[in-house]
Design a protein around this ligand. Structure first.
Ligand code: HEM
Length: 432
């Protein structure tokens, strides 16, 4: 299956699940594995028997870029890092950051005021990337990227592309010297420079605020009393910078695309926002008055889950759905597929935010809607991302309506994350 999976993993997995059912055996290169789509089996692997699984070796490619940090590490070390970071993501603490999130969205929207009248398109995918990066930097790391601000976007695009291409390559291409590889290394140097800039800035002027960066810097090992090494600190800051900006910005990009294709939903969203806020900027307390906005976000994460698929490797023999999982085999959990199975979603290809009304959520089995994963390795930034998305959508939709440039092809491209292959150029119309 390797060539087909490399070409389009989402298509291959979706076809396989539709044709062969709840557990599908795959041989991909030298690796054996199952795609599982039954909620009970997913719960077993991600939660109930999570101790028997590690993140799959496919993550090793990500480790090349990020190092051994919260996203990529395992066991005791992972648990320690997770405990250090967790307090920064308590709901109350995120609530206190809402003003900064909305402020960043306002700043981004203000810049569009000059573009809107002359009908020039903006690259919404790039705009959202910049916005979510600003949010992570201001809220969690209390910093800016200084001289790296302009180069980091290109660098991340190159890194993402390179890792995705080598993801299924079994490591062979990793050893090829090539112009591409040099570009990868240059991009990695930019990212490293940016991260070092953030840490050095904090060391120069320590902050009073108990943000994520100060938690990482002040954490001490319970046994040895030692702080994290500089290298470990760099790894975690890189992890949060990338995990925090990339996925949320893609979620927002797909939301703007879907709204532009569904005018009735767009109008309903605008009506809700106008009624709840009038002209004033949204605050954390307003989120409860924006339920439809949240439903639009949930539905966009269903159709275009930025983390479209992930995988685990069995540490010991196991059984899933009546099939033997020998030690070393992989299990694929693919939200993109789960979110489109007719057994759980009526008319799955259709955009319908009503699927996420409280009554309909209650009717659905758990472990079938997994944009943030599940079990102990569930996304730590889950609430952060949802609150940020609601504030950003409300702030921007209050003032602007975005239209896809006519004739532009939108093609979801499953690299590490689900990106629009040809970007998302949109024309900005001012509402007020
Ligand atoms: C819409 C936005 C987001 C989506 C769709 C998303 C998705 C995910 C998923 C699916 C996982 C689990 C992967 C697995 O089990 O293999 C994950 C883990 C993680 N995410 Fe997110 N994420 C989002 C936003 C964020 C934000 C805002 C942050 C931080 C500011 C973040 C930081 C992390 C970290 C550190 C992990 C690893 C957690 C661990 O293993 O303990 N994510 N994310």
């Amino acid at each position: 299956m390797l060539p087909a999976v490399r070409r389009s993993p989402t298509t291959v997995f979706l076809d396989a699940a539709r044709r062969y059912g709840e557990v599908v055996y795959f041989k991909i290169g030298p690796r054996h594995g199952y795609l599982v789509t039954n909620p009970a089996d997913i719960r077993h692997v991600l939660q109930d028997n999570a101790r028997n699984y590690r993140k799959s070796p496919l993550y090793d490619k990500l480790r090349v870029l990020l190092g051994n940090g919260l996203l990529t590490s395992e066991g005791e070390f992972w648990l320690r890092q997770r405990r250090i970071a967790q307090p920064a993501f308590h709901r109350q603490r995120i609530a206190a950051l809402a003003g900064v999130m909305a402020g960043a969205a306002r700043d981004a929207a203000a810049q569009w005021a000059t573009i809107a009248p002359d009908g020039r398109p903006v690259d919404v995918d790039e705009e959202m990337m910049r916005l979510t990066r600003t949010v992570v930097l201001r809220t969690l790391l209390g910093a800016d990227l200084g001289p790296f601000s302009d180069t980091v976007d290109d660098a991340w695009r190159i890194l993402n592309q390179h890792i995705a291409e080598s993801f299924w390559s079994l490591g062979l291409t990793d050893w090829w010297p090539s112009a591409k590889k040099r570009r990868f290394q240059a991009a990695r140097a930019v990212l490293r420079g940016a991260v070092e800039h953030v840490i050095a800035a904090r060391r120069r002027s320590p902050s009073e605020s108990a943000d994520l960066l100060s938690m990482l810097m002040s954490a001490r090992d319970e046994d040895t009393g030692e702080a994290m090494t500089d290298e470990q600190l760099r790894v975690e800051v890189t992890t949060f910078l990338l995990a925090g900006q990339e996925t949320t910005s893609l979620a927002l990009t797909w939301i703007w695309y879907l709204l532009s294709q569904h005018p009735a939903a767009q109008r309903r969203l605008e009506d809700e926002i106008d009624a709840a806020l009038g002209d004033r900027p949204p605050e954390y307390a307003d989120l409860v008055s924006l339920p439809y906005t949240r439903m639009v976000i949930d539905e966009a994460l269903r159709l275009y889950p930025p983390a479209w698929g992930f995988s685990r490797q069995a540490l010991g023999d196991d059984e899933v759905g009546g099939f033997r999982v020998p030690r070393g085999w992989l299990v694929f959990v693919v939200p993109y597929v789960l979110h489109r199975l007719p057994a759980f979603w009526e008319n799955p290809e259709a955009f319908d935010p009503q699927r996420f009304s409280p009554e309909r959520i209650a009717e659905r089995p758990k472990f079938i809607y997994l944009p943030f994963g599940a079990g102990p390795r569930q996304c730590i930034g889950n609430q952060f991302a949802l609150i940020e998305a609601q504030l950003v959508v409300a702030t921007i939709a209050q003032r602007y309506r975005l239209h896809l440039v006519p004739g532009h092809t939108v093609d979801p491209c499953p690299l590490i994350t689900l990106r629009p292959r040809f970007g998302m150029p949109m024309i900005v119309e001012r509402r007020t």
